[in-house]
Design a protein around this ligand. Sequence first.
Ligand SMILES: O=C(O)C(=O)C[C@]1(C(=O)O)C=C[C@@H](O)C=C1
Length: 280
Amino acid sequence: MPDIPPTAPAEAEIAALRAEIDAIDDAMHDLLMRRSAVVARLAGSRAKGSGSPVRPGREAAVLRRLLARHAGPLPRARVVRIWREVFMASIAIQGEFSVAVHAPNPQSGHARLAREHFGPIAAIRVHPTPARALAALSGGEVSVAVLPAPAETDGEEAAWWAHLDVPRLQVVARLPFVTDPGGPGALVVGPVPADASGEDRTLLLVEAEPSAARGRIAQALADAGLPAAALLVTRAGEETLALAEIEGFLHPEDARLAALPWARRTILGAYAVPVVGDTP
Ligand SMILES: O=C(O)C(=O)C[C@]1(C(=O)O)C=C[C@@H](O)C=C1
């Protein structure tokens, strides 16, 4: 196509639209400065306490509320990306933040999930085993650890979830927050309990009798009023370990836990149920 110089009316239209964008940018900048000042007040308030400033449940609740009112051409996944940066900026205002991720290299799927979630500025270090990533978290070197989502095929070394040092360390989030069918999944472990988002899943680890079949474990959970939305069963020597995902935010003193037939039952933490992205 030949290059046609823009006509004067077209230039005037572009200038007017850009003036509108400039005014919106000023308003957005004012609001971001105001928001950061509120975050600084929150950081200074004793109500939040010391320790990790990260509250994944609160972040999820904010995003769900915004996505519920969202309309127009801005894709939902972009809204999430913009607010991820806002959250990370708020976290930076409140203190140091760094991540240990277990991944073979910085380009692998789980390392990319961590980078996408925690943003381009966060210090993210890759560790060759889950144990090394968790040791960095236990030792206070990092704020959170990102580990592959549990799988039934996990061997002794990969099954970090079978030996998690709860309640000192707990699962607090799941990545990605915008569902990606077929993509890798990861869990975020923090040095604080998970905070409820209003729509959560709790991870419950039970040690069942050695011969326990999957169906019997699922039935016992359902009978106790804790039907599993997902159930992973592995056998390690004499042990049968079952990791159940229970709908809702379960507290350790929930009476339904006492109705389970197994003495060893541990809440590993909880995560906000991910949201769906943009439909093509
Ligand atoms: O609500 C808080 O506790 C905050 O620190 C604020 C805020 C936010 O920017 O909205 C920031 C980080 C937390 O992970 C959650 C929310």
